[in-house]
Design a protein around this ligand. Structure first.
Ligand SMILES: [Zn+2]
Length: 274
């Protein structure tokens, strides 16, 4: 390779570098990020499996950070009797939600637990976020700190054994967050996700009434984080109508609407916070 010893060597090396850069530009990190952004834009409610690195930064989200955005979350599942229908409805609207699961649902010796485990795998495969809502939904006021923390870690390990990833989102049972638990969650890199729009779905048996309730709280709060329970059959009955209503409002022209809302994934919500 005489050329590398000649006086033209720097020019030739520079040329080779430039040509290689142009040829392989498509695979550069910058371009790859650009493509991810496109996908995110298309999906809008982002795919948790792709962007989960943005969530695990030890912070607290209350639901009031990004006005006009609506994030949908489900607690206490998975339940093989109700959750699969919810997953199908969410697919129909191309929306990826956050499921804060109770790990006892997938980890006791029963056929139901095995079925729930299959639902959890399906939930993850479809791109939803799997958040930690502890193993046994213990009330931190009635147990020791160590027991409460063990309940968090136990669920974390089970979620990781199913998904291959440590969960990065946490929701406290009963919304109770003792300072020491908060400290440990922050240290472990969790983002704690509260809510500002409680549907109180457990109070309802009529799907139309639950839909009206959701509309009211979305309007009153101007968006935020909605809390449902995927274990509740009235949620299954009401969800299609609720998604229709939210999607419709999302698609309407913001200029002609007094309270425009955007259906958002948790990633977009965290990114858009003001
Ligand atoms: Zn709960």
């Amino acid at each position: 390779m005489m050329i590398f010893r000649s006086k033209y060597a720097p020019t030739v090396i520079c040329l080779i570098f430039c040509v290689s850069f142009c040829l392989f530009r498509g695979a550069s990190p910058v371009e790859a990020w650009g493509r991810l952004e496109d996908i995110r834009y298309k999906l809008k409610p982002s795919d948790g499996n792709v962007w989960s690195h943005l969530t695990g930064r030890g912070r607290m989200v209350t639901g009031r950070e990004a006005p006009g955005n609506v994030v949908i979350t489900f607690d206490d599942g998975p339940d093989h009797r109700t959750t699969p229908v919810i997953l199908d409805i969410l697919d129909k609207y191309d929306y990826r939600a956050v499921f804060f699961i109770n790990c006892h649902q997938i980890h006791h010796a029963s056929a139901a637990a095995e079925e729930n485990m299959a639902v959890l795998r399906d939930m993850y495969r479809r791109g939803h976020y799997i958040g930690n809502h502890t193993f046994g939904h213990l009330d931190p006021d009635t147990v020791t700190l160590e027991d409460a923390w063990r309940d968090v870690v136990h669920c974390e390990q089970l979620i990781e054994s199913v998904t291959g990833r440590e969960p990065t989102l946490y929701r406290p049972p009963f919304g109770k967050l003792p300072p020491e638990i908060r400290k440990r969650l922050d240290y472990s890199g969790y983002t704690t996700v509260m809510w500002n729009m409680d549907t109180q779905d457990w109070r309802y048996s009529d799907p139309a009434a639950l839909k009206r309730r959701v509309k009211t709280i979305v309007d009153e709060n101007g968006g935020g984080i909605l809390l449902f329970h995927d274990t509740n059959s009235v949620v299954v009955e009401a969800l299609d109508g609720i998604m229709q209503m939210l999607t419709q409002r999302d698609n309407e022209n913001p200029d002609t609407q007094e309270h425009h809302i955007e259906l958002a994934g948790i990633e977009s919500f965290i990114q858009s916070r003001r």
